[in-house]
Design a protein around this ligand. Structure first.
Ligand code: N01
Length: 564
């Protein structure tokens, strides 16, 4: 008798008393949760998606701050699983804004009839594995209880917004916002005195737009950021047409790239210049950087093949960007304050912007360099630095997220023998392939720590993980298996591999959220896998081809016997 038998086929997905039973509970209705649901239906398993939001879209539901848009071009930051979907949807810009990406998520939900299995305003608070039944018991903040054989955490890597620990924050009497939890009705900053704290990707997108509206905008910068112009523009038939007619080839190629992104489509390099920055003359290097700068986007980081592994090579790119900042920003003191020096370019997430540095030339924008005048406190009226108090009508916290592990560790997740995920990961995340963690049978993570996830085009990585999991579930079903979980040895070996790969790069030199450095007390561990999307896919394929090497697969009957 198969272990993974569709629940619906046994007794439907009807509530058992107050506990609702499904084969699979998916936590999160973003791009990962929606695709997982779609694929599970193909397998004939009953599934329920639970999400605390009032709509689908995940990160694109929450991050509605002014200027929010994707930094991967939309022809690539979109699902590839359905040829019809790819043809049916048209993007209005090369880099779509948040409202359009959210509209796309809703379009997909409708087109694939997903909504009937998505339960909104259902925020999961706990997931406990019951050894006796071999099932997960999942609770929501709304008081509902679910039981499922499998639990899929499609919770996103940047879904727990982080407010800064600054004295007096609660005392502020004006309006406060976090970019990651932006009000749905929007915010009118017209004529207001506005503070933005933080200069990461979110701030770099929001600052130029808020500056257009605000009476005065003051940016509080602790660490300057490298940013490349997006050069966003309206979509044209000339650009869209060849994408739509070559989608199969291009998507397949993108899956082999380190980041899951093609940076060019006109030759066989796909925009990746496979040459060291140090193997060309300074004039040639300058020419290549200028060419990439003119085109814009994160393709700049593919100018040479050693920008993230060789400090001297990286220095050339970093200095090129600093020169551009000095060129754009008219006030030399402000320009210098905006120049990053103390970490290699690309080792904090590279930003792309529209008129970010230009914004500092506006008369209504000022920069406070917190390295010279640190924040001492938030006061009832505004922000006090060592140089004095600034009064504001509104403070925008663009202070980022407890990335990759925060959401999972804040959930009460318990596996075998009451093993708490939060305890297990206290010294840093431990996973096998970023997909599962030992001691937590049948609990899957989509784009979890230890996978390329945040270093890649997230949708490419989401589709990969979902497809891999669906194959694993099909394998379990075909072989009468009830549980899957990694061995402790495989998990340790993978953790070492992820760590070694990280330490072969310059990434570990930056105090970034990739390293957990933005959260006090969080262990400094390079959390994503830098091996590259293409290499990682092969590694995952090999594991599956060897009968899920490194995983313990329990036959249904054996597990039931052991539990008795
Ligand atoms: O957050 P961040 P984000 N006092 O952590 C500062 C993705 N994303 O929301 O560097 C003063 O990058 C902090 O300073 P420092 C993308 O992956 C994607 O901007 O710690 N400042 C930093 O400047 C991105 O990387 C898109 O010194 C304080 C900022 O706040 C990720 O989300 C768009 C502070 C936080 O920057 C996170 O980006 C937007 C304090 N106490 C975001 N605490 C796309 O386009 C923190 N800061 C797809």
């Amino acid at each position: 008798m198969p272990g993974v038998e569709p629940q619906a086929a046994r007794d439907g997905a009807a509530p058992q008393g107050s506990i609702k039973t499904y084969d699979v509970i998916i936590v999160g209705a973003g791009f990962a949760g929606m695709y997982m649901l779609h694929r599970l239906r193909g397998l004939g398993l009953s599934a329920r998606v639970l999400d605390g939001a009032t709509g689908v879209g995940g990160t694109w539901y929450w991050n509605r701050y002014p200027g929010a848009r994707c930094d991967v071009e939309s022809m690539q930051y979109s699902y590839s699983f359905s040829a019809e979907l790819q043809q049916a949807w048209s993007w209005s810009e090369h880099f779509a804004g948040q409202p359009e990406i959210l509209a796309y998520a809703n379009f997909v939900a409708d087109r694939f009839n997903l909504r009937r299995d998505i339960q909104l305003e259902a925020r999961v608070t706990a997931a406990h594995f019951d050894e006796k039944t071999g099932r997960w018991r999942i609770e929501t903040a709304q008081g509902e209880i679910f039981s499922a054989q499998f639990c899929v955490m499609a919770t996103g890597c940047l879904s727990t917004a982080k407010l800064p620990e600054i004295t007096g924050r609660e005392s502020y009497e004006g309006a406060t916002y976090h970019t990651g939890y932006w009000p749905h009705e929007g915010v009118d900053f017209t004529g207001k005195r506005v503070a933005v704290i933080g200069t990461g990707s979110s701030a770099i997108q929001a600052i130029p737009v808020i500056a257009e509206e605000a009476g005065h905008l003051t940016v509080f910068q602790r660490t300057p950021n490298y940013s490349i112009p997006a050069r966003n523009s309206p979509m044209t038939p000339d650009y869209e047409g060849p994408w739509k007619s070559n989608y199969d080839l291009r998507r397949a190629k993108a899956r082999t790239m380190r980041t899951g992104i093609l940076y060019g489509v006109t030759d066989e390099t796909w925009g990746l210049n496979n040459v060291s920055a140090l193997d060309v003359t300074p004039a040639e290097r300058q020419r290549i950087y200028e060419e990439r700068w003119a085109v814009g986007s994160t393709a700049f980081m593919a100018s040479f093949n050693d920008l993230i592994t060789n400090q001297a090579a990286n220095d050339t790119a970093a200095e090129f960007v600093r020169e551009r900042i000095r060129e754009v920003v008219k006030d030399p003191v402000t320009a210098e304050a905006l120049c990053p020096y103390d970490y290699p370019i690309g080792t904090k997430r590279i930003c792309i912007d529209t008129d970010y540095f230009e914004t500092y030339n506006r008369a209504n924008v000022s920069l406070v360099n917190l390295r010279e005048t640190p924040i001492e406190a938030i006061t009832p009226k505004g922000v006090r630095t060592s140089a004095g108090e600034h009064e504001f009508d509104a403070i925008v916290y663009a202070t980022g997220f407890d990335a990759m592990t925060g959401t999972l560790m804040n959930l009460d997740i318990r596996g075998r023998d009451g093993l708490k995920l939060a305890d297990k990961w206290a010294g840093g995340p431990q996973t096998h392939l970023g997909l599962m963690s030992a001691g937590l049978p049948n609990l899957f993570m989509i784009t979890g720590p230890g996978s390329p996830s945040v270093l890649s085009n997230m949708i490419v990585s989401i589709e990969h993980h979902v497809d891999w999991l669906i194959d694993a579930l099909a394998h379990m079903r075909a072989n009468g298996l009830a549980t899957i979980e990694p061995t402790a040895e495989a998990e340790a070996a993978w953790g070492q591999h992820v760590n070694e790969a990280g330490h072969r790069t310059l990434y570990v030199k930056a105090a970034s959220w990739y390293m957990g450095a933005n959260v006090a007390g969080k262990p400094r561990v390079f959390m994503p896998y830098i091996g590259g999307v293409g290499v990682y896919r092969q590694e995952c394929d090999e594991v599956a081809a060897k009968g899920y090497d490194g995983f313990i697969l329990t036959p249904r009957d054996a597990r039931a016997v052991a539990a008795e």
